[in-house]
Write a protein that binds this ligand. Structure first.
Ligand SMILES: [Zn+2]
Length: 242
């Protein structure tokens, strides 16, 4: 199959998958669509690898990367609906954040399929309408040291690659990190990672409540001076961006 034909096929698969990107679609059909997308993503990796072995130029490999990200984004969005139906609200929130991150990565490529901006807006609307507003997020001042460049394998301080930049259809990341230092934990409005949310809060009477469902969770000793909140300070998610 020629590259253009292949890209058209991928666009067709994505548009078909988007038909299931609504809450009311059947969960089993959504799960089946996720599996289909996974098989296409696997094939994109294989094709990208083979093209790289043959010395294909940057822009060519980046086209594979674009569709790898768009497919992962749609897959994450479908997972959000599936998790919501299973009552796994935090997992659904994380899947939505994955979908948003994948779309942002897909936009690092100049030549994009049409409809990307609409998809991005759809996810932003989901964030606002499906979940409560999180006035603050947790932010842990983690300092990552050591590790190597995901592109060339050298220590990141000693190579020419820049973290989060796209090279030959892959994102440069610091991997195999050896040293992590926590410098502080803060609550911020604009976090690096929106997966770090408040999960529980304490009311006046000392009762803890789930921030998403508003259901009572557990009793906590009542302290009139201080209120307890609990949440996620670090989420070890990994995205398929290599
Ligand atoms: Zn490097």
């Amino acid at each position: 199959m020629k590259m253009d034909e292949y890209i058209n096929k991928l666009i067709e698969v994505i548009n078909e998958a988007l038909k299931y990107n609504h809450f009311v679609r059947d969960k089993t059909l959504q799960e089946k669509t996720v599996q289909e997308l996974e098989s296409y993503i696997l094939a994109i990796h294989q094709n990208k690898f083979e093209a790289e072995q043959k010395g294909a130029p940057d822009f060519f490999l980046n086209r594979f990367f674009h569709f790898q990200c768009v497919m992962n984004s749609v897959k994450s969005s479908l997972n959000m609906w599936i998790k919501l139906k299973e009552g796994k609200n935090y997992d659904a929130w994380c899947s939505l954040q994955d979908a948003i991150d994948y779309i942002a990565y897909s936009q690092k490529v100049e030549e994009q399929m049409s409809g990307i901006n609409d998809l991005q807006k759809f996810f932003m609307d989901c964030e606002k309408t499906l979940f409560p507003v999180f006035p603050l997020y947790n932010s842990s001042g983690l300092l990552f040291k050591g590790g190597t460049c995901s592109i060339c394998g050298k220590p990141l301080e000693k190579c020419e690659h820049i973290e989060e930049y796209l090279y030959n259809g892959k994102i440069c990341k610091r991997i195999n990190i050896t040293d992590v230092a926590i410098n502080h934990i803060a609550m911020v409005k604009e976090p690096d990672d929106k997966r770090c949310i408040i999960q529980e809060f304490q009311s006046e009477d000392g009762q803890m409540y789930d921030y998403m469902t508003m259901l009572p969770t557990k009793e906590k000793p009542h302290d009139s001076e201080n209120k307890t909140i609990s949440g996620i300070v670090y989420n070890t998610h990994s995205l398929d961006i290599f």
